[in-house]
Design a protein around this ligand. Structure first.
Ligand SMILES: [Zn+2]
Length: 300
């Protein structure tokens, strides 16, 4: 549980000193422990660690935008690259979990030395699912822009939600494959933002170092927002610990067995062997003895 206690997210509002009200809302997160927990759970290679870590950081901030405690946000990326994609789920309380399509992929780094998350994902789609306890969840899908994830989320906000946003996400992986830093930010303009605020924010973001550089400097979420919102009055409204957390249980994975169907289950029972079922999100293994399999079969 490395650095779990140091992982947290902030939500803030920012106001131009001469403006009547705040025209910007902003989120920032530091999540090295989250990304490292996911890496260990899924034994991911560096480029997969980076992609999964970035998507989890994005999901944590989007989870914070949910209205109710029970609401769930799922981000799913489907791509034609070697990783195939990711599925990540976050709630409003700083819990996130996720898994890659393929856990170990090795591709050359980009020319700038960064892990090539875009190529590992390839062309495809980003789907945002907001489950708010209603019959039908809200679902929005866009074509991936670059597969680098931050750009894709920025595009999603612009196209699907008409919210001008700037998203930055970064994960730094060490030579021994462990996560050194993970984090990001999401800055959004309120619908009534003035031209002056928009221009100043654009200039700030253009002038700011890349998010990986901010992370390399060891910046806290507060320092990240201070840098990106330089010249604005920043008021932090919430500080929330975040963690990689999976709420799976034997009862939940049992459903996966039921979904295999009666024929498959009959075969397992005939084999008289224990069956191991792993939770996709956290890779925890659950063992079912032949007696338990028979009981599940009897209920079907
Ligand atoms: Zn699990």
């Amino acid at each position: 549980m490395a650095d779990l206690k140091n992982d947290y997210m902030i939500r803030a509002m920012a106001r131009r000193a001469d403006a009547p009200e705040a025209e910007i809302r902003a989120f920032a997160v530091t999540a090295r422990g989250v990304a490292e927990e996911a890496r260990k759970a899924h034994e991911t290679s560096p480029v997969v660690t980076a992609g999964l870590g970035r998507l989890m950081c994005g999901a944590l901030m989007m989870g914070d935008m949910l209205k109710e405690d029970d609401d769930l946000l799922t981000l799913r990326i489907d791509g034609d690259g070697p990783v195939r994609g990711f599925t990540v789920t976050a709630d409003k309380n700083g819990n996130v979990k996720g898994y890659p399509g393929v856990n170990r992929v090795s591709i050359p780094n980009r020319e700038d030395g960064h892990l090539d998350v875009g190529v590992s994902i390839g062309a495809g789609t980003l789907t945002v699912i907001r489950d708010m306890g209603l019959k039908d969840p809200y679902v929005g899908t866009i074509e991936l822009r670059t597969g680098e994830i931050a750009e894709d989320l920025t595009y999603y906000f612009a196209v699907s939600e008409q919210i001008p946003s700037s998203v930055g996400l970064g994960v730094l992986v060490a030579g021994d494959e462990s996560v050194m830093e993970a984090g990001g930010f999401c800055i959004q303009l309120m619908p009534f933002a003035s031209e002056e605020t928009i221009t100043r924010l654009e200039e700030n973001i253009k002038a700011a170092p890349a998010v990986t550089e901010l992370l390399r400097q060891g910046m806290t979420p507060e320092e990240m927002l201070k840098t990106l919102l330089n010249g604005f009055d920043v008021e932090i409204q919430e500080t929330l610990p975040v963690q990689f957390y999976c709420n799976c249980s034997k009862e939940r994975v049992e459903r996966a067995l039921v979904l295999l169907g009666t024929d498959e289950l009959d075969k397992m029972i005939a084999d008289e062997r224990e069956e191991e079922v792993k939770c996709r999100f956290c890779n925890r293994a659950y063992t079912f003895c032949p007696g338990e399999l028979s009981r599940i079969r009897a209920r079907m």
